[in-house]
Design a protein around this ligand. Sequence first.
Ligand code: FES
Length: 100
Amino acid sequence: MAFLRLDRLINLYDGYRKTIRVDQLEVLMIQEGGEVCVVQSRCPHREFPLEKGSIKEGVITCPWHNMAFDLGTGVHLGGGCDSLKIYEPVFQGNLVGIIV
Ligand code: FES
């Protein structure tokens, strides 16, 4: 298990969205309402970049076919699509990352 650094805490703010490639992984880090979420960067439906998605009340909606995913669980609302992979954000000093 290793800590993968995604960004510095000082760079985060509500409305932050950034697709980050680290090692073989590409994730989308989001901050909304003071909460940091890290999810797979592409929609599990047809791999559209979720950085362009809209976020409201803990749900991200992909703009291509309007599939919506709960940012807490990754579950597709309405069923019929794989869940979004969720990563637990880890804070180390002035850094935020994930453990993989
Ligand atoms: S690619 Fe995201 S909903 Fe189809």
